[in-house]
Design a protein around this ligand. Structure first.
Ligand code: GLA
Ligand code: CA
Length: 684
């Protein structure tokens, strides 16, 4: 898993120790301790062109019960519902080959759907639900399975693409004749509406901004099925990764446009974002299953999409499974229910339950198989560095100014004993210290390039004294001695989600460890995941998990540097008031720009080392721990690839290709369908 590139080693970490401010009593950066090995399996790799292709087949089929609806005149024949050239998934390279139709997959999620206007940044409840709703220009989820011959994003709504000679233009060909789940045509207009009226409209909180692909990027419609990007940088290959899940997943224009304030005098931006409530079913999607039933805080049911654009190599329209259910519960319950056989899938990622999971899987009567992946889940502590977003009063600004000082971020990081923090969650090799930045088990991580500030509370205390803090009232907490907060204790609000036990436990550790050096972190648990806190910009410290993959950094370059006004989360600006960048941040932006346009992967890896060096040397992010995780799937399912990682390019719900999963006929009745015979929008 780990390939350490020695060639790019020569970034002199050691010179740091001699720099100004590194007095004798400060413990300077060291190398990251090596983490013990984990029992991850070997993955059988597949060639890019073997996994899927885009072509017309002579004959298509569908489940018999759907054919009956066609015969009854309820919907068009299958060949008319598919694009002229569907995406053909080659089951010869899937572990159990061509499947049979029918059966149910039971998910559990701790998230709750916000609504289904994902053009405007809404999520649909995570846990595989958002991933079921959104299809994107390209697909990166299954890339972890690709052989070295060609590792590139795979086709999705865009089926092929080419670069112009000068490398500035990327022309993409979209699925032709494809349809949304309500039977309406999908076309370049859906993509253009996303770009023009969401991404480029500063009042719509879309996932990306116009600058995400490089300042000055433009997009035009060439014809009904062709679009063309023009990028300021030549051969910006990394941009292709940005056209994947969560960033470039157009919603249905025919539904959204009439709700947008630009086209509807009665609409406001707020009404637009929230116009499509989760209970408004069926949702309209390009995905394999369509939500047909929603019961708040209870469950979500999704049924097969009769217009889905993928088939297997025998011409069977996918997916094989007729129904997917989500129990709306907690993340812990996802583990518990799956281990007990009452649900079919979990990404086991709450370390406190790992030993139970391991024991369960060893039992020969276990209903599941368990697949360990690398330590790719990283938790971090962030210090809000923004001067322009949130906290506009003098007190708030004083805290932001403090967070902007390297000595302070260093005092925070050196107060934390990551080893103890990880072992308090679960003993054993499951966790390791995370230095922040590129994940240590990522292919481009270079241990020689990073600055790892080790645990040293004495160093923290010295640095804090140097910043002027002193416990003037003797209560054990340092006091400010100048500025608007002079005389007050050094209290900082610490936000984290109470949805995951891991985050709560890490918050406990952080509070206790910061207290040791005289900082009071005031716990602010959020009942949601961190999205609303992040968007409010009103927070000083935050614990979160790095879901925008630091495991495959090329997929989310914009989480490493302030390349647009809304990233990274710990240093955001607003559309009118961009960030006030520190000198090293300008360097980070330059490096990200260089990586984005570097076609040579060897050179790109070297640039990543340089980026990670600047990033960690400046403690841009305060890493906490890295944890491994295991995908656990019920034994009923076929075509689950052993070794599927919980998080690589995407979370496993995209990576595992659920549209290929199938259940042998005899085992299908074990879990009854909630809506047998139902197709979205079709009356029986
Ligand atoms: C959450 C869960 C992950 C995964 C993703 C999918 O983040 O914690 O395990 O299910 O949702 O979006
Ligand atoms: Ca005090």
């Amino acid at each position: 898993m780990k390939s350490v590139l020695k060639s790019a080693c020569c970034l002199a970490v050691l010179t740091l120790a001699a720099g100004p401010g590194f007095a004798d009593n400060l413990v300077g950066p060291t190398t990251l301790p090596a983490a013990p090995p984990l029992p991850t399996g070997d993955v059988q790799k597949v060639d890019y062109d073997e996994l899927m292709s885009v072509k017309a087949l002579d004959h298509y089929s569908e489940p018999d019960w759907v054919t009956k609806l066609v015969e009854a005149g309820k919907l068009p024949p299958v060949q008319d519902r598919l694009p002229t050239k569907p995406i053909v998934m080659n089951m010869d390279v899937a572990p159990d080959g061509v499947g049979v139709y029918g059966g149910v997959l039971r998910h559990v999620t701790g998230g709750r759907p916000e609504g289904w206007n994902w053009d405007a940044g809404q999520h649909q409840g995570w846990g595989g639900l958002t991933m079921t709703a959104q299809e994107c220009l390209v697909s990166t989820g299954p890339m972890w399975e690709l052989s070295d011959k060609k590792i590139e994003p795979l086709p999705d709504l865009a089926t092929s693409w080419e670069w112009s000679k000068d490398g500035h233009q990327l022309t993409m060909h979209l699925l032709e004749g494809a349809k949304w789940s309500d039977g309406q045509p999908f076309s370049a207009d859906d993509v253009m509406f996303y770009w023009n009226d969401n991404v480029l409209d500063p009042q719509v909180p879309a996932r990306i901004t116009g600058d995400t692909l490089g300042k000055g990027t433009t997009l035009e419609k060439v014809d009904a099925n062709t679009i063309r990007f023009t990028f300021p940088q030549a051969f910006a290959v990394a941009n292709l990764y940005k056209l994947a899940y969560l960033n470039f997943c157009p919603g249905p224009e025919h539904i959204l446009k009439p709700l947008h304030p630009k086209y509807n005098a009665d609409a406001t931006y707020d009404s637009y974002v929230k116009a499509l409530k989760p209970e408004q079913v069926p949702w309209v999607t390009m995905g394999p299953w369509v939500v047909t039933q929603y019961s708040p805080d209870q469950y979500v049911v999704a049924r097969r999409n009769p217009y889905y654009f993928k088939v297997d190599n025998k011409g069977n329209q996918l997916p094989y499974l007729d129904e997917v259910q989500w129990r709306l519960s907690t993340w812990e319950d996802r583990d518990v229910q799956t281990l007990a056989g009452n649900a079919d899938w979990t990404n086991m990622e709450n370390p406190s339950i790992y030993l139970q999971g391991v024991r369960g899987a060893q039992d020969k009567n276990s209903p599941n198989k368990l697949y360990w992946g690398p330590r790719s889940l990283n938790w971090r502590l962030e210090a809000n560095m923004s001067k322009t977003c949130g906290a506009q009063d003098a007190d708030g600004q004083a805290i932001r100014d403090l967070n902007r000082k390297l000595d302070f971020r260093r005092a925070l990081t050196q107060a934390l004993d990551r080893q103890a923090m990880g072992q308090a969650l679960v003993r054993g090799p499951f966790t390791a210290p995370y230095p922040g930045g590129i994940n240590p088990e990522s292919g481009v991580f270079n241990t020689d390039a990073i600055a790892y500030y080790p645990y040293s509370p004495e160093t923290s205390k010295t640095l804090l004294a140097g910043l002027g803090f002193k416990d003037t009232d003797g209560d054990g907490i340092l006091n400010w001695t100048s500025g608007p907060l002079a005389g007050q204790n050094l209290d900082l609000d610490l936000h984290f989600t109470s949805q995951r036990t891991t985050d709560v436990a890490l918050a406990d550790s952080v509070v206790a460890m910061l207290h040791e050096v005289g900082i009071r972190a005031v716990p602010k648990p959020a009942p949601t995941l961190m999205d609303p806190v992040r968007d409010s910009c009103e927070w000083s410290l935050m614990i979160d998990r790095g879901d925008r993959s630091y495991q495959v950094p090329i997929t989310n370059l914009d989480t490493f540097a302030p390349v647009t006004y809304n990233v990274p989360v710990w240093h955001r600006g607003t559309p009118d008031r961009p960030q006030e960048l520190l000198p090293f941040e300008k360097k980070l932006v330059e490096l990200v720009d260089a990586i984005r346009a570097e076609p040579d992967s060897q050179k790109r890896t070297e640039l990543f080392s340089e980026l990670d060096h600047v990033f960690t040397e400046n403690v841009y992010q305060i890493g906490l721990i890295d944890a491994s995780s295991a995908m656990i799937v019920n034994n009923r399912f076929k075509n689950v690839v052993p070794g599927t990682p919980v998080l690589a390019y995407q979370f496993a719900e995209k990576g595992a290709m659920r549209e290929r999963f199938w259940i042998p006929k005899a085992e299908q009745s074990a879990v009854p369908e909630l809506q047998p015979g139902v197709l979205p929008g079709i009356s029986k």
